[in-house]
Design a protein around this ligand. Structure first.
Ligand SMILES: NC(=O)c1ccc[n+]([C@@H]2O[C@H](COP(=O)([O-])OP(=O)(O)OC[C@H]3O[C@@H](n4cnc5c(N)ncnc54)[C@H](O)[C@@H]3O)[C@@H](O)[C@H]2O)c1
Length: 350
């Protein structure tokens, strides 16, 4: 493992105090976006004052996760004459975290950064794991680096302003852990799904803590994605195909993952990968899976073709992660076209 870092979850206390304590005498740059600046302007201004931080506000939206915005961030750091000991603080969702992380990874060959995630997706997924990137016109996340944060600071209070659609989309990455995070996580999601959907703070805090621990355990085993990290992609081969199918318009990543998880579950049942002893428990869980509205009904054969555009396709073979027992999934490289198309036809029928 490259380096370990602390994840602080709803610890209370003041972020500037914690940062000044950890990075004594160092200079800070706070990166956020225009939407968060609108919602939390006073808080951000207070943090910047206390940290004497340079502020960099980028426009809101995935399309700004690009090299131009990355350059703007670096320009701001250079113009403020920050040095190798500077610390970047990323306050925002996955877009801000990814681009600010990549700026930190590349500024003066790599400086420290702190993730302060404000979306559910960023809290459980993008802020941990050390993947930073920007998009290129030829594809998403094509330019980036592995660079671990020095600290992740999570406050679930920020979720109170997150639009529902983004909340439910981010919940896919929590729910996913019911399939890969062990028997206890399976039961936890099964028991607390309704509380989580109702945004109960205590349940959310626990779900985030468990999700982060599961991701950290998998990533620390396999930081550069050769083997077990593939488990984190549960439901994602189908999801990436859906996103590609709709050209990334009208469907959020987590929405596609909700459908992807339903596909993986259906395929595992169809292939008898789930033993009959577990069928009932999986049926109960499956009833809780969200099925967000898609822009149109996908055509199964075309959607199947889209599955081969996934970055994780190896030598033309699909790699699927399929559930085998409560909380446990396996990497399957040998599922043929017929059952996959049958799953797609059934799930996306009429
Ligand atoms: N690095 C990784 O490992 C990793 C993993 C998964 C996804 N990602 C990346 O994450 C990005 C998606 O992240 P996201 O889903 O957080 O999207 P996002 O960052 O675009 O945030 C979604 C929307 O919510 C707004 N927002 C954020 N926090 C808010 C809050 N507390 N209150 C109100 N509004 C708020 C944002 O301004 C934005 O409009 C993608 O670029 C994806 O590639 C990275």
């Amino acid at each position: 493992m490259e380096r370990s870092y602390e994840v602080c979850l709803d610890e209370g206390g003041s972020l500037p105090e914690v940062l000044r304590g950890r990075f004594d005498g160092r200079r800070f740059a706070l990166v956020t976006n225009s939407a968060l600046e609108g919602l939390y302007g006073e808080l951000i201004a207070g943090w910047c004052r206390e940290l004497d931080a340079v502020k960099c506000v980028i426009p809101d939206g995935e399309r700004y996760k690009c090299l131009n915005t990355w350059k703007d961030i670096l320009d701001t750091l250079l113009e403020a004459r920050l040095g190798r000991d500077a610390v970047v603080v990323a306050f925002g969702g996955g877009v801000v975290g990814d681009i600010a992380g990549f700026a930190a990874a590349s500024f003066m060959r790599g400086i420290d950064y702190v993730q302060v995630p404000t979306t559910l997706l960023a809290m459980v997924d993008s802020s941990v794991g050390g993947k930073t990137a920007v998009n290129h016109p030829l594809g998403k996340n094509l330019i980036g680096a592995f660079h671990q944060p020095a600290l992740v600071w999570i406050e679930t209070r920020f979720l109170s302003t997150l639009p529902d659609r983004h909340f439910f989309s981010g919940y896919a990455e929590v729910f996913k852990n019911a399939f890969i995070g062990g028997e206890e996580m399976f039961s936890f999601i099964d028991r607390h799904h309704e509380d989580l959907m109702a945004k109960d703070r205590a349940a959310l805090s626990e779900a985030i803590g468990r999700s982060v621990a599961i991701k950290a355990a998998i990533v620390s085993e396999d930081e550069r994605e050769s083997g077990t990290r593939a488990l984190l992609n549960f439901g994602h081969t189908f999801a990436h195909a859906l996103e590609h199918y709709y050209n990334y318009v009208g469907v959020l990543h987590g929405e596609a993952v909700h459908w992807g998880m339903a596909c993986a579950l259906d395929l595992a049942r169809r292939q008898a990968i789930i033993p009959p002893a577990h069928t009932q428990r999986f049926e109960a869980l499956s009833a809780k899976l969200l099925k967000p509205v898609l822009p149109s009904r996908p055509e199964p054969e075309r959607l199947y073709e889209s599955m081969f555009t996934d970055k994780k396709v190896r030598r033309g073979a699909l790699r699927l992660i399929l559930p085998t027992a409560p909380g446990v999934s396996a990497i399957c490289d040998d599922v043929g076209k017929e059952p996959i198309v049958a799953t797609l036809s059934d799930l996306f029928a009429g």
